[in-house]
Write a protein that binds this ligand. Structure first.
Ligand SMILES: Nc1ncnc2c1ncn2[C@@H]1O[C@H](COP(=O)(O)OP(=O)(O)OP(=O)(O)O)[C@@H](O)[C@H]1O
Length: 656
């Protein structure tokens, strides 16, 4: 490689010669020299400001040096009347051949740090962001010159509604600061120039977007750190579900259960009776234990319901299973397949359902005197009636499911509180669909009869949710009176309709008509929830971008060797990435303590991902090298280095 590759500004520190390096290292541990070190960034900045610059541009690289003849160790403190402040004339952008770069730079090699490899002094103190007011380095030529104040479109001042991270003074882009210091823009030199006028970039992709105002949106200053990520309770919930799904999924079946059942393995009993013989089911009369199992075909976790002591007498009993398998509905637990087996040393019917981790049932949640250990309502039963809003939500979801089932020419036939699964917050699904179609196969009874029974079962389920004293078989007069006193008239009307005698006019469609506007409430709630979840998803999307970026950096930084070059990751463009890594992660404060500022990390990485023209100063750990480089250039370095890695061994290497 014949010349410098990076489009960066390199600032040589005043004492950047090998003899000085040694001098510096000697005193590294003394407090005095540590103090000096912390001052170094300012020194460099001031030298740059005062000494002017010379510019060499080849392959987009611009080098800056102090002018010859000046004492590099003299610190020109810009007090009042400092050159930078009293002479706002911008530094000429024309090359000044009188100092700085000589012809030898025309063939300057790839930039290599002076510090010997492996010599890693502790990261020096750096300021997290370059304050443009203290350093004025002329911008490298860019395809489009920065707009003047007159050219800048008058963006409406929208406050900070677009970002959690406000654009602070020290995050002004380099070009912004140049605009404000350009005296040639005489129109900008009036009083308004000094007022804080945020210059809004059309694409602030480096900023995190706040939740939109229609979602609850605290003031920007109140955004806690975790607002960069999905809410804690959602994260905990999802994490718990993942844990429940994968817990024991590779550790084989529980003791006493077959190691394999067809294509399923790692069987584990679900539900309350975790050991011993299962009692007969409240609904199916047979013992009907439920297992979690893993499919060896697709690796997914499923829920297997086993009906013990089932003997198949008619193949047609499985006829309805195909229709159930095709049914995909948000309020129905999907049935995948059904088969008989003797693996348990008996005749068993197995129905395979979708697995919904950590789910409970309406029975466990609201009616059982002994809720299961993981039930959220355990110990919280207040004895108060279930809120009407929640009841309507349940009713709407169950009615929705019944409508789908009846429209498919099927009937649920086991609408019981223990067969309504609660799979999330107020989210329910009908469970065990298809069991009765096989278990009590009856080709002679019209499906309409079973559908009418579904409506009555729904009415009874609502009654038991409204009145916890209701017993099956009890006359409904007392519960209806209770409902009338505690719930709206619509509730009583619906229940009376559902438990009324079967008639051709009685259908799920008529029930839906009675519910009317209540369904719209559920629609509202669902859509609000969808909005919230979508907004949470947006936060994770930003983090996904950053993980990809960090992965690329990780592939490049500290790579021991690439194509027989042990210094690959420390030379050329990669050296900039190394310094950038230090800038982002290894900054230390003036007190010498590590700066563990996640906002700084996220801000830097987002700016990098967006490839902003804003510049930052990267300083080597030994203070000997200093680069002023834009995020855009760093991004280019990452892409180039990553492509180099990716194209290893490819004879047609393409650097995109
Ligand atoms: N599809 C499923 N996904 C995840 N867990 C399920 C699923 N189906 C059932 N479960 C779990 O299994 C438990 C037991 O379900 P089951 O239908 O057997 O209820 P039950 O109260 O034991 O009824 P029964 O008296 O009929 O046995 C449920 O509480 C639930 O935690």
């Amino acid at each position: 490689m014949a010349g410098p590759k990076s489009a960066a500004i390199q600032i040589r520190a005043p004492n950047a010669n090998p003899s000085n390096v040694k001098e510096q290292e000697k005193g590294r541990d003394s407090p005095v020299s540590a103090e000096k070190k912390r001052e170094t960034p300012q020194r460099i900045c001031r030298n740059v400001m005062i000494y002017g610059y010379c510019k060499f541009q080849d392959s987009g690289c611009v080098y800056y040096h102090p002018p010859p003849g000046t004492d590099p160790n003299v610190i020109n403190t810009p007090a009042t009347g400092s050159p930078a402040m009293t002479n706002p004339t911008p530094l000429s952008k024309e090359p000044k051949p009188s100092f700085g770069l000589g012809a030898e730079h025309l063939s300057a090699p790839v930039f290599v740090p002076k510090t010997p490899m492996g010599d890693n002094p502790s990261p020096r103190a750096t300021t997290p962001s370059l304050a443009p007011s203290t350093i004025q380095v002329p911008s490298a030529p860019s395809p489009a010159p920065p707009p003047t104040m007159a050219q800048i479109p008058n963006w409406p001042n929208l406050g900070n509604q677009g970002g959690i991270i406000p654009r602070q003074d020290n995050s002004l882009s380099f070009d912004d600061s140049m605009i404000s210091m350009d005296p040639s823009q005489s129109s900008a030199m009036d009083g308004s120039m000094f007022m804080h006028q945020p210059i809004r970039q059309p694409l602030d992709q480096h900023l995190y977007v706040s939740p939109l105002p229609h979602l609850t949106n605290p003031p920007v200053s109140h955004h806690p750190l975790h607002s960069f990520f999905i809410p804690d309770d959602l994260r905990r919930n999802l994490q718990a579900k993942h844990d429940a799904t994968y817990l024991g999924s590779q550790s084989g079946s529980s003791p006493g259960l077959p190691s394999e059942l067809g294509i399923y393995h790692s069987l584990q009993l679900l539900g309350q009776s975790q050991s011993g013989n299962s009692p007969p089911s409240k609904v199916y009369a047979h013992p009907a234990p439920v297992y979690k199992a893993v499919s060896s075909v697709d690796g997914n976790v499923y829920c297997l319901r086993r009906i013990e002591g089932y003997k198949l007498v008619n193949e047609a009993a499985f006829g309805a299973v195909d229709t159930w398998r095709r049914m995909r509905h948000p309020n129905i637990v999907g049935l995948r397949e059904a088969f008989t087996t003797k693996t348990f040393n008996d005749n068993s019917l197995i129905l395979v359902y979708d697995y919904h981790p950590l789910s409970t049932t309406i029975w466990d949640e609201h009616l059982s005197p002994n809720p299961p250990p993981h039930s959220p309502s355990r110990g919280q039963r207040s004895g108060m009636p279930i809120p009407e809003r929640l009841l309507w939500s349940y009713i709407t979801q169950m009615t929705n499911a019944l409508k789908a089932v009846h429209s498919s020419g099927l009937a649920v036939r086991n609408l019981d509180p223990s067969k309504v699964l609660i799979t999330g917050k107020n989210r329910i699904r009908l469970n065990g669909c298809g069991v009765w179609d096989v278990l009590a196969f009856d080709a002679n009874t019209p499906i309409g009869v079973f559908q009418q029974e579904d409506l009555v079962a729904l009415g009874k389920l609502i009654i038991s949710l409204c009145c916890d004293f209701f017993q099956p078989g009890q006359h409904p007069a007392l519960p209806l009176d209770h409902i009338q006193r505690n719930y709206s008239p619509d509730m009583k009307n619906l229940v009376m309709f559902l438990i009324s005698k079967p008639s051709p006019l009685k259908s799920i469609d008529e029930a839906i008509k009675i519910m009317g506007p209540r369904i719209l409430n559920e629609l509202d709630a669902m859509q609000n929830y969808a909005d919230t979840i979508e907004s949470d998803l947006g936060a994770e999307m930003e983090n996904g971008r950053i993980v990809r970026l960090l992965s690329k950096l990780g592939f490049i930084n500290e790579r021991a060797e690439f194509e027989l070059d042990p210094r690959w990751s420390d030379t050329g463009d990669r050296y900039i990435l190394k310094l950038f890594r230090d800038y982002v992660f290894h900054s230390v404060g003036v007190d010498g303590k590590p700066i563990l500022d996640l906002s700084h990390v996220l801000t830097c990485l987002n700016k990098l991902d967006a490839g902003l023209d804003e510049r930052i100063m990267l300083i080597s750990r030994d203070d000997q090298s200093c680069l002023v480089v834009s995020y855009r250039e760093i991004k280019h370095c990452i892409e180039a280095a990553f492509n180099e890695l990716r194209n290893t061994g490819n004879p047609h290497r393409v650097h995109r």
